[in-house]
Design a protein around this ligand. Structure first.
Ligand code: NAD
Ligand code: UFG
Length: 338
């Protein structure tokens, strides 16, 4: 198939481009490079051995999208493009709604005009809010996300459900990611946060690399085994393989698919820091600070539906996640950006 990857130069999108190319699909990345670099497409091409076309542009540019969809004979779209910094979304909500919600609407309108009706969308476990039960299954009541970023994901999910109801010939997957981490094992692509990382794994990696003094552990008074927050970290390669499985499912089943992509395992902040230190052979000093506002105590997936419907489950261990992140960060390419 010919597949358009919006945000294809970003962290998850670049790994998706690679896996899709390796599965034999034709892939085009569309990215405005607001949070990524143009040479990512070249690095993906180095690994896959196939050229990766990058269209530099904005997902809100409906005319451009329609043109690309037609010219490249696109048959399916993976929509990763968007803004994802939770803290910034609180101070700049309009920027987030414009880019995330406006971007999704513009994309769907361009797809409808070009009669491309297969869409895989990056949603998030954030739509569950403070989960009503654990592990979190897809039929858990959706919660109240605590920030505009989370609400933008929930709004897009609702828009896609409305679209599917209005025109059942669409084939739409809403994939709810838990906590994507890790990098491709080549060390050539990975997460490249600008400035101070907001998320645990890239922060831990920079502490191990000596770029930051110590990790701040946001609270040790949660009702969890060691008092720190518990999350379901999933290797980015497992995550994008889940997208491939979702695409195969959509080819057989029209309609709306909603699945969690997680491992089903919860890991605490301290367990993550200890594992990273062991795997990298570098110390990860930490100090305890107050809870971060808006954080939930624990959140991990029930991945059973993905296994049943898609025949997919995460394969890689926490050690793999740490090892591949370390190779990326210590190998000179990752973390190069300040
Ligand atoms: P990322 O920032 O690395 O990638 C997003 C890419 O989209 C970047 O390359 C950026 O330049 C591009 N982009 C942003 N706005 C754009 C626009 N208007 N037009 C064109 N390109 C644009 O983020 P990521 O971690 O790869 O996340 C990908 C998607 O997955 C996002 O939608 C994010 O909300 C979602 N998601 C991520 C996580 C996570 O923890 N990384 C968790 C849940 C969901
Ligand atoms: N944490 C620290 N110190 C840090 C960073 C994080 O202790 O420097 C802790 C957090 O308090 C939390 C855990 O590490 O307990 C994981 O935090 P992350 O920021 O890595 O991940 P979150 O689960 O908070 O956020 C993720 C995605 C968001 C999404 C959210 C809800 O990054 O995009 O899940 O699904 F909105």
């Amino acid at each position: 198939m010919n597949i358009l990857i919006t945000g294809g130069n970003g962290y998850i999108g670049s790994h998706a481009c690679l896996v899709l190319q390796q599965a034999g699909h034709g892939v085009v990345s569309l990215d405005n490079l607001s949070n990524s670099r143009a040479d990512v497409a070249e690095r993906v091409a180095r690994i896959s051995g196939r050229p990766l076309r990058l269209v530099e542009g904005d997902v809100r540019d409906r005319e451009l999208l329609e043109r690309v969809l037609r010219q490249e004979k696109i048959e399916a779209v993976f929509h990763f493009a968007g803004l994802k910094a939770v803290g910034e979304s609180v101070s700049r909500p309009l920027r987030y709604y414009d880019c995330n919600v406006g971007g999704a609407v513009a994309l769907c309108r361009a797809m409808a005009a070009a009669a491309v009706k297969v869409l895989v969308f990056s949603s998030s476990a954030t739509v569950y809010g403070e989960p009503a039960r654990m592990p979190v299954a897809e039929d858990c009541p959706l919660g109240e996300p605590t920030n505009p970023y989370g609400r933008s994901k929930l709004m897009i999910e609702q828009i896609l459900a409305d679209l599917s109801r209005a025109d059942p010939s669409w084939r739409i997957a809403r994939l709810r990611y838990f906590n994507p981490v890790g990098a491709h094992e080549s060390g050539l692509i990975g997460e490249d946060p600008s400035g101070e990382p907001a998320n645990l794994m890239p922060y831990v990696a920079q502490v191990a690399a000596g770029k930051r003094e110590s990790l701040q552990v946001f609270g040790t008074d949660y009702p969890t085994a060691d008092g720190t927050g518990v999350r379901d970290y999933i290797h980015v390669m497992d995550l994008v393989e889940g997208h491939l499985a979702a695409l195969e499912y959509l080819r057989r089943h029209p309609g709306l698919l909603t699945v969690n992509l997680g491992t089903g395992r919860g890991l605490s902040v301290l367990e993550m820091a200890e594992t990273f230190a062991r795997v990298s052979g570098r110390p990860v000093p930490y100090r305890v600070t107050a809870r971060r506002p808006g954080d939930v105590a624990a959140c991990w997936a029930d991945p059973a539906l993905a296994q049943r419907l898609l025949g997919w489950r995460a394969q890689r261990s926490v050690e793999d996640m740490c090892r591949d992140t370390w190779r990326w960060v210590s190998g000179g390419v990752g973390g190069a950006r300040e």
